[in-house]
Structures are given as C-alpha cells and as structure tokens.
Write a protein that binds this ligand. Structure first.
Ligand code: ADP
Ligand code: X2W
Length: 273
C-alpha cells in the first residue's frame, strides 16, 4: 500500500468539530492508503509560555528556543498537543499511537543554528517502527520534538518534520493549514507553483511568515521525492477524499527548476537527497 503523510498545524487541535471531520476522512483514506499524521502546536506553545509570563519570538518562521524553554515546549508539543490529537483520534474510532521524532530512531536530529537555541534539523533515520505500526493498521501521530545524538531534546518546525517523515517512508505529503493553500496578492488560491514562482512570491512579500517555511519544506520534499506536494486546508476535509482519485486540492508544489532556491535556512542535506 502507498503511504500518505498528512501534517496539520496547531490551530487544528483547537477546532474539535473540524478536526473530527478530518480524522473521519483519514479513517476512509486508510482503506486505500497507510496514513501517518504529523502535527504542529505553535498556539499551544504560545499559550503555555504566556501563562508562565515568558515570551517567545520567531526568526524566518522558526521559534527561537532557549535551552531553559525546551522542557516547556516539549511539554506543549509532545504532551498537550500530541495527547489532545490522540484523544480526538480515539473519538474518531482510529487506533492512534502518539510519538515524537526520536522514537525508534526514526529521525536523527542536530542543532540547526546555535543562534536559534534548541531549534533542530532532522534527517531520516530508521523507518522500522512506523512500518510496524502501519502494518498493524495503527495511526502514528508524530509531534515535532526530536533529539540529538546525546539525547538532548530539539524543537523542529513541524512542516520540516513532516517533510523528513515523507522522505523516510517515500510517501506522498499533504501539508494542511488554516488557509485553502498558497494565496496570491489578491488572496486568490494559486493551484500550482514551482521553485522559481515561489522565490518570486517570497521576494515580493506575498508569501510571508509561517508560509515561507511551509513552501520551502514542500519544495524540499517535492525535489527529493520527485513528486508534487500539496498545501491545502484542514477546514475542507472531505475534499481530501479526491486525493484518492488524483483530484487536485489546494496548491500543488512541484519539484523546483532551480535546486538552489529550495534550501531551507541553514538546513542540512537529508539522506534522501
Ligand atoms: N501567500 C500566502 N498564502 C497563504 N497564507 C499565507 C501566505 N503568506 C502568509 N501566510 C500565512 O501563513 C499562515 C500559515 O502558516 P502557519 O501559521 O505556520 O500555519 P500552520 O500552523 O498551519 O503550519 C496562514 O494562516 C497565513 O496567515
Ligand atoms: C522551531 C519551530 O518553529 N518549532 C515550532 C514547532 C511547532 C510547529 O511547527 O507548529 P505549527 O505547525 O502549528 O506552526 C514551534 O515551536 O512553534
């Protein structure tokens, strides 16, 4: 069976009804595909830090993560967000297994850039654990907390995490957010983009904030997997069933023409490269 990696942003877990609808669609997709869910949780991180009177900021879409905030961020992502999503999956009659990127050595992490603190990059490691779970019809639900070779925790952007999981399993990849896809300057959906068009839209300031990391992660995946990656909304779950019949949803990111335009800031090459 082919494998599909679906990534959902943090706002997803806070929209129970829509989340349950998407999880119902995942149950249907499981008839035809192996599905792995990767999740973010930016809003949960921010809520926890704010409750503790702590602040946080992002550089180029990546949250600067001082070492003393790492246990809290791991709690919000691998704890609150992961378990909340596993709970919703149980309600949707799925068989979830909550994991982080270090489990079963599925991904190997290292510090991305010391200026960002414990922010990490990961490369594909051992797929055995995920294959075992998928062959038993379980739904792996993976948070973007990883670890370095010394076992110290790392905070990985969840779009980048999903990209590496797709590389690990040679899977299709869909990145779901709270927007219908990548939008142009008039807020109209762009149905197809390649590396050159993306570079231009970033230059013009049309693609901003978290969407920059997302499109760059999608390009990295598209290039290394040699197939298009979808950016779409988790708010229109049933449209995703069209994916089974090769119907396009959201924005299709196709492999870049210019490989240099796809590199993430300071990112390392993955094994799949
Ligand atoms: N051109 C664009 N098209 C769509 N969304 C964009 C664009 N530029 C910036 N964004 C912003 O990017 C956000 C999605 O990125 P992010 O907040 O990181 O999502 P998630 O948490 O779902 O991963 C959108 O909610 C939107 O505010
Ligand atoms: C390094 C980095 O930026 N980590 C992200 C991980 C969670 C994430 O990516 O969540 P969303 O998908 O909801 O944005 C963070 O701390 O917010």
């Amino acid at each position: 069976m082919n494998t599909l990696v679906i990534k959902v942003g943090g706002a997803f877990m806070q929209a129970d009804e829509l989340a349950l609808e998407l999880l119902g669609v995942i149950k249907q997709l499981q008839q035809k595909l192996c599905v792995v869910l990767v999740h973010g949780g930016g809003p949960m991180v921010e809520e926890l830090l704010a409750a503790l009177n702590m602040t946080s900021h992002k550089i180029a879409g990546l949250r600067v993560t001082p070492a003393d905030q790492m246990p809290l961020i791991a709690g919000a992502l691998a704890g609150t967000a992961n378990k909340q999503l596993c709970g919703l999956a149980i309600k949707a009659d799925l068989n979830p297994v909550g994991l982080s990127l270090a489990d079963g050595k599925m991904c190997l992490g290292s510090v991305l850039n010391p200026e960002l603190g414990r922010v990490g990059s990961v490369v594909a490691g051992d797929p055995q654990l995920l294959k075992l779970l998928l062959s038993n019809e379980m739904l792996p639900i993976i948070s973007s907390i990883g670890a370095d070779s010394e076992g110290k925790l790392l905070n990985i952007n969840a779009d980048q995490a999903a990209t590496v999981i797709a590389q690990l399993l040679n899977a299709e990849l869909i990145l779901l957010s709270d927007v219908p896809g990548v939008l142009d300057a008039n807020k109209e959906l762009l149905t197809k983009l390649d590396g050159e068009q993306i570079a231009e839209l970033i230059d013009k300031g049309v693609i901003r904030d978290g969407m920059i990391v997302k499109v760059q992660a999608a390009l990295t995946a598209a290039e290394s997997l040699g197939r298009s990656v979808t950016i779409a909304s988790w708010k229109s779950a049933t449209k995703l069933l069209g994916f089974l019949h090769h119907e396009a949803v959201g924005t299709l990111i196709s492999p870049a023409i210019s490989p240099t335009s796809t590199t993430l800031p300071h990112s390392k090459k993955t094994k799949a490269d």
